[in-house]
Design a protein around this ligand. Structure first.
Ligand SMILES: [Zn+2]
Length: 323
């Protein structure tokens, strides 16, 4: 076991990294989880992948960092409680450190730096207090075929162009690390797996299975044991507001979804009712677009001033090319 080199992190909170190396030539892969505390499913997935990999012969090398944000993990907070920053949105675009860097910047910069040594980077997330439809994010259309290797049904194309950067979409702090790390040499993916604080066994199994499917397809496993049919059917694009839309409830209350995670619906269809817990009045919530629910939040998080919401994604026309 190794540790991520961070100068600002206290030694008792060091970030552990497991390396599996074989001298036989093969792909190099970095898997990270726990960038956000409270997203416990990916941490469980990463730990299970470490255990499983011990039983396999590999070609190439794989490094797994199961808890990038140890303080957030212990406290169950999305942000790093040390400096109240989102590690995923910290650091610089190019990973260079600056004199204003805090612990989170330091961690993000180091992750960006080391990610360049790998052929593939897979960053695992989940829905914090919400539940996500398991899906894969990719950053370049050239990687859409590789995205199928995870064997998931859904993918989101996370397009970040120079135009977006100039338009202020990506002040450096709006670009997730895995998107920043993606370039011609390093292919990166983000995975959204299951719920956050609550860990469902089946979500962990889905996560482990789809990672092993990828490891197998890119030739890391020397035994071609795990074969999983890829079935990427739907691709969404996260580049315009009307493609991924957050639908918020007008006030906090008990939410009742009329559609389940992953289901299709039309614009102006009622996707949920919000029930005012004081008056029991029920108000319908409509979807502004045709699409599919990729995230559902059931509970309000009043302390964080967040209210119930759903995120819907729309199919993009280039989807047909994938099937
Ligand atoms: Zn996350």
């Amino acid at each position: 076991m190794n540790f991520l080199k961070t100068s600002k992190l206290k030694s008792d909170k060091r970030i552990q990294a497991w390396d599996f190396v074989n001298s036989i030539e093969g792909p190099s892969i970095l898997i990270t989880a726990g960038v956000h505390g409270g997203e416990n499913t990916p941490v469980e997935v990463a730990l299970k992948v470490i255990e499983c990999l011990k039983k396999y012969k590999i070609k190439g090398n794989v490094t797994i960092i199961p808890i990038v944000n140890p303080d957030g993990y212990l406290k169950g907070t999305r942000l790093n409680p040390v400096d109240k920053k989102n590690i995923n949105a910290s650091g610089n675009v190019n990973g260079k450190s600056s004199s204003e860097d805090t612990v989170s910047d330091d961690i993000a910069n180091e992750l960006l730096k080391i990610s360049q040594k790998y052929d593939y980077v897979i960053d695992l997330h989940s829905g914090s207090i919400n539940r996500y439809l398991p899906h894969v994010y990719f950053c370049s259309l050239e990687h859409k075929e590789l995205a199928r290797y995870f064997g998931l049904n859904f993918a989101i194309y996370h397009r970040t162009t120079n135009n977006h950067i100039q338009a202020g979409y990506s002040h450096r702090n709006n670009i997730p690390i895995f998107v920043r790390a993606c370039n011609t040499k390093t292919t990166t993916f983000g995975l959204e797996l299951g719920a956050g604080h609550v860990v469902y066994k089946e979500d962990v199994e889905i996560g482990v299975r789809c990672i092993f499917s990828f490891l197998n397809k890119v030739g890391l496993l020397s035994v071609n044991k795990i074969l999983r049919k890829t079935s990427l059917r739907q691709v969404f694009e996260k580049a315009r507001d009307d493609i991924m839309t957050v639908i918020r409830a007008p006030y906090a209350g008990v939410i009742h979804y009329t559609k389940n995670l992953g289901e299709l619906f039309h614009s102006d269809e009622v996707i949920a009712y919000i029930i005012d817990s004081a008056t029991f009045q029920r108000k319908p919530i409509y979807s502004p677009i045709d699409g599919r629910i990729v995230l559902q939040r059931i509970q309000s998080n009043l302390s964080a001033e967040e209210i119930n919401c759903a995120v819907v994604a729309r199919l993009i026309p280039c989807d047909n090319k994938l099937t």
